[in-house]
Design a binder for this molecule. Structure first.
Ligand SMILES: C[S@@+](CC[C@H](N)C(=O)[O-])C[C@H]1O[C@@H](n2cnc3c(N)ncnc32)[C@H](O)[C@@H]1O
Length: 188
């Protein structure tokens, strides 16, 4: 039986879209962008993915490194890295960026996505979940960056969109919050 490491270390379960993506993607070289305390990296690592987990927060990286060491998971590498640099240092089969893009500098978003494209191997995958702000549903949270309607699908023109939606959800306080959710596959 697989031990639930997220529970053991008091972490939330992996993001539901990471769990869904793992039904499509076989274990491979994976980048977790904005990994925070590692809920997704640990889930992926337990499934046998070879994970590089990056975050700008050194405390989050320390914590994830500690867990990976404690569990003897040499397939998880956690590194402090500023996504704003748009300068990933290696190629990956799968790049996951869940609820992170809205915290970067808006001026860097095009370069960050272009770098993700470049650093994805042919036939590889990108998963992005990011808040939106549209005329119909203005974002009620002051994130530094939000996507416009259709912006993410346009940025991935030429890729196979395995999953794409711009669904509106409801927050605990009743406010409407729209998210773009995309799993895309780079042409081989
Ligand atoms: C809401 S958390 C999302 C964590 C994780 N992806 C998940 O699905 O639970 C956003 C994370 O992005 C990180 N972050 C924000 N700006 C960043 C940047 N410029 N470079 C790297 N990480 C960043 C934050 O430190 C935080 O851990």
């Amino acid at each position: 039986m697989t031990i639930d490491l997220n529970s053991r270390y008091g972490l939330n379960p992996a993001h539901s879209e990471v769990v869904e993506a793992c039904k499509v993607i076989e274990p491979c070289d994976t980048l977790d962008m904005g990994c925070s305390n590692g809920r997704n990296a640990l889930y992926l690592g337990q499934l046998g993915f070879n994970v590089t987990a990056i975050d700008i927060n050194p405390a989050a990286i320390d914590s994830l490194q500690g867990i990976a060491q404690q569990e003897g998971m040499s397939n998880i590498k956690a590194q402090v890295h500023d996504i704003n640099s748009a300068n990933l240092s290696k190629d990956y089969d799968f790049i996951s960026c869940t609820v992170t893009l809205m915290f970067v500098n808006p001026a860097n978003v095009d370069a960050i996505i272009a770098d993700m494209h470049q650093r994805t191997l042919p036939g590889g995958y990108n998963l992005i979940v990011c808040a939106m702000s549209t005329e119909e549903t203005p974002c009620p949270v002051p994130f530094p960056f939000t996507l416009k309607a259709g912006q993410l699908s346009e940025a991935y023109a030429g890729w196979e969109l395995i999953k794409y939606n711009e669904d509106v959800g409801t927050m605990h306080n009743g406010a409407k919050l729209q998210f773009a959710t995309m799993l895309a596959r780079k042409p081989v």
